[in-house]
Design a protein around this ligand. Structure first.
Ligand code: UD1
Length: 447
């Protein structure tokens, strides 16, 4: 098993390019199942989750060409997906269990092939993750839904004789806000439904906007993307498309946190500043300077300079659906304010159990007091290196930030969690001055 060994204390300085978004890429790749023409996606990151999705699409009868060698000019890679055999519609447990986001093939398979069988995604490290809203939405479009031997089975009655999904009004709200992948599923399915669908309380995340953009370029008729009300006028078929994935706002936020916690200065290219205003606003309150060039035309792919203007200040933050503060940056924020001058309050509203990083940060000297879904962080003067355990993707990113700022050596176990969402993170951080290396577990120095 591989671990990261980080020697803390260095400043990060230099320039990095933000990669294409993982969370945008996964539903975009699944949307290719809605056609039999090629869909070309540019700037797809080379990550374990993406490779799992390629494997799943291949099992579902797609030819997938993945060119992960970056283009020398743009730094982008591309993936071309073309369904050639549309007789399969079963996403097996062996694949789904490695990646919960496999569930986003459900809507596209149903709408195009008339049926889909997807192994029920289990819980994960950040708590129970039900799919009831996905199913309720598909049912509202006329799908028959049942649970069979651990699989979710959905079908369109009378598909063989020309039956289609039917446009409908679908309410996707829950007590926490909306569901991102649930919106992706219902939106994708509704593109091929007969008549008009209105999704109310739709997720407003930039990844949904990107999905709607791809679907529209394939011939769908979607309006309202980015707002809680999506209106979809169903069409009979969709064609191929050539689409550039939006940059990863969570990776960008993590790199901003890395610059701030090491008192460094990073220039980030391809940074989606317009999609991360809650993050940049909170970072500014903490004392982080984020400067975007005045002549930037595309604020979803901007260049920005991140540095620190003095001591870190405490903050009050609550995770919320977009455009609120993202749950996927909560752990990184907690690492950062564990070194702030005062008490911060962080409340998790999306996944109330998403605090596996709390005991690990405490092992490094952070002073954290959790009560339910809220953690009070009393800033300390320094963190100290320790062996810690990565538990989920973003929790691990928080530990990397803490490790880079800590005195001494931190070893982070189970870095495969990080590899699901950050491409060769250690190499990129090393390029800008971090002392971080990936080693086999038995080679670590005792920390
Ligand atoms: C996506 C992101 C994930 C991010 C999350 C919230 C991907 C691949 N993953 O996950 O990184 O942390 O959005 O921004 O894009 N819920 C229900 N019923 C449902 C669906 C969801 O109760 O049918 C609840 C969940 O338990 C959670 C909340 O809704 O409390 C939000 O989850 P959701 O937006 O669905 O997360 P994902 O789309 O799975």
């Amino acid at each position: 098993m591989e671990v990261f060994e980080i020697e803390g204390g260095g400043r990060l300085e230099g320039r990095l390019r933000v990669n294409g978004s993982k969370n945008a890429s996964l539903p975009l790749m699944a949307a290719a199942l809605l056609t039999d023409k090629p869909v070309i996606l540019r700037d797809v990151p080379d990550l374990a989750d993406i490779r799992n999705m390629i494997r799943l699409l291949t099992e579902l009868g797609c030819e997938v060409e993945a060119d992960f060698e970056p283009d020398p000019d743009s730094g982008e890679r591309s993936v071309t997906i073309r369904p050639v055999d549309e007789t399969h519609s079963h996403a097996r447990y062996e694949v789904v269990r490695t990646m919960r986001a496999s569930v986003c093939v459900l809507g596209p398979l149903l709408a195009r092939r008339g049926a889909a069988r997807v192994s029920m995604p289990g819980g994960c490290a950040i708590g129970d993750r039900p799919v009831d809203l996905h199913l309720r939405g598909l049912e509202a479009l006329g799908a028959r839904v049942c649970l069979d031997s651990g699989d979710i089975s959905v079908s369109i009655p009378g598909f063989e004789t020309g039956g289609r999904l039917r446009g409908a009004t679908v309410f996707l709200g829950g007590s926490f806000g909306s569901t991102v992948l649930g919106t992706a599923n219902v939106l994708s399915a509704a593109t091929l439904a007969e008549g008009i669908t209105m999704i109310e309380s739709a997720a407003c995340e930039p990844e949904i906007v990107d999905l709607a953009k791809l679907l529209n370029s394939m011939g769908a008729k979607i309006s309202g993307a980015g707002s809680p009300r999506l209106v979809i006028e169903g069409v009979e078929s969709l064609s191929g498309a050539d689409h550039r994935v939006i940059p990863d706002r969570i990776e960008a936020a993590t790199l901003m946190g890395a610059a701030a916690i090491t008192d460094g200065a990073l220039t980030l290219d391809n940074c989606p500043v317009d999609a991360m205003l809650a993050v940049t606003e909170h970072l500014r309150q903490i004392g982080v300077e984020i400067r975007v060039g005045p002549h930037e035309k595309d604020l979803l792919r901007a260049t920005c300079r991140v540095s620190r203007g003095g001591d870190l200040k405490p903050v009050v933050a609550t995770t919320q659906p977009h455009p609120g503060f993202p749950t996927d940056v909560q752990a990184q924020l907690m690492a950062l304010v564990s070194l702030a001058d005062g008490n911060s309050v962080i409340t998790e509203k999306i996944f109330p159990e998403r605090f596996l990083h709390v005991p690990e940060l405490a092992r490094m000297g952070a002073r954290l007091h959790r009560q339910g879904a809220t953690v009070v962080v009393s800033g300390v003067r320094e963190l100290t290196g320790a062996p810690v355990m990565a538990s989920d993707l973003r929790a691990s990113a928080g530990l990397v930030l803490a490790g880079m700022a800590a005195r001494g050596v931190t070893t982070i176990n189970r870095v495969y969690h990080l590899d699901r969402g950050y491409e060769r993170l250690e190499q990129r951080l090393e390029r800008v001055g971090a002392k971080i290396r990936r080693v086999k577990a038995e080679q670590t120095v005792a920390a």
